[in-house]
Design a binder for this molecule. Structure first.
Ligand SMILES: O=C(O)CCC(=O)C(=O)O
Length: 253
């Protein structure tokens, strides 16, 4: 399968998959939240898988991409369970990615992220380090919420509209950890998916509760850009054996 249009159709994407309100929010704010994407059974399985992988991988967890003090990280999730297949082939995120990127795209990576109590404050940053201010979308990310995201437990802060700004946060701010006057929190109940333009200024915040704040990050990028996880290099035989043609295209394997 070599056409994005055919892939989107095979995954069930159509004109009505995301609403005009979500499109407008992606255009104007650079982010939007889709509630109730993850049904209860899938949510329970995704939570259990997060904990099982953390247990199995121990100190190695996250090493394929990055390990950060105070954060429980997982990486290369495409190869770590069937439960993840539905994330990167889900019609809602594919429709949203197409709306932002508007040309053929592929997976960047599929990772897990859980700031421990007292940890998690990130510098404001853009995920996409390439050209800015050219009026085009190049990359997206999504937070698949396994727990509620609240201002208390480290919800992601985002600066609405900043995806259109020509500067990176580090060019405009002296203290990247400081609050930005225009920032807002992306919040939502577990089972929601927050979707954002990879150029928007954002970062996770400190988890001030004693509970988990688990999300899976599923990012897409225009096909000409590199992946964070080279799916061809990491692809396991077991994963390859179950991939649909559409999944192969999205992973670029
Ligand atoms: O999980 C989050 O709140 C966002 C994390 C993030 O932006 C990152 O790891 O680059």
């Amino acid at each position: 399968m070599d056409s994005l249009e055919a892939v989107l159709a095979e995954c069930g994407v159509n004109e009505g998959t995301i609403s005009p309100r979500h499109r407008d929010e992606l255009d104007e704010l650079g982010f939007t939240v889709f509630p109730n994407v993850i049904d209860p059974a899938w949510l329970a399985e995704m939570r259990a898988t997060f904990e099982r992988l953390m247990e199995e991988e121990g100190e190695q967890a996250g090493r394929e991409v990055s390990q950060n003090p105070g954060i429980r990280r997982l990486a290369d999730l495409v190869n770590k369970g069937r439960v993840f297949d539905r994330i990167y082939t889900h019609p809602v995120v594919l429709a949203a990615a197409y709306h932002v990127i508007q040309r053929p795209f592929k997976l960047v990576s599929l990772n897990g992220h859980d700031p421990l109590p007292g940890h998690g404050q990130q510098s404001l940053h853009s995920d996409f380090g390439g050209p800015r201010g050219d009026g085009r979308g190049h990359q997206t990310n999504a937070l698949w919420m396994l727990d509620d995201l609240t201002p208390e437990n480290g919800a992601t802060r985002v600066v609405p509209g900043s995806h259109r700004w020509p500067t990176f946060p580090k060019e405009a701010m002296a203290d990247l950890q400081a609050a930005h006057p225009q920032e807002v929190y992306i919040t939502g109940p577990a089972g929601s998916v927050a979707f954002f333009n990879g150029q928007v200024w954002h970062g996770s915040t400190t988890n001030r509760t004693s509970h988990t704040r688990r999300v899976y990050h599923c990012a897409f990028t225009a096909r000409e850009n590199p992946q964070q996880t080279d799916q061809r290099a990491y692809l396991r035989a077991e994963t390859a054996s179950r991939l649909t043609r559409a999944a192969r295209y999205i992973l670029d394997v």
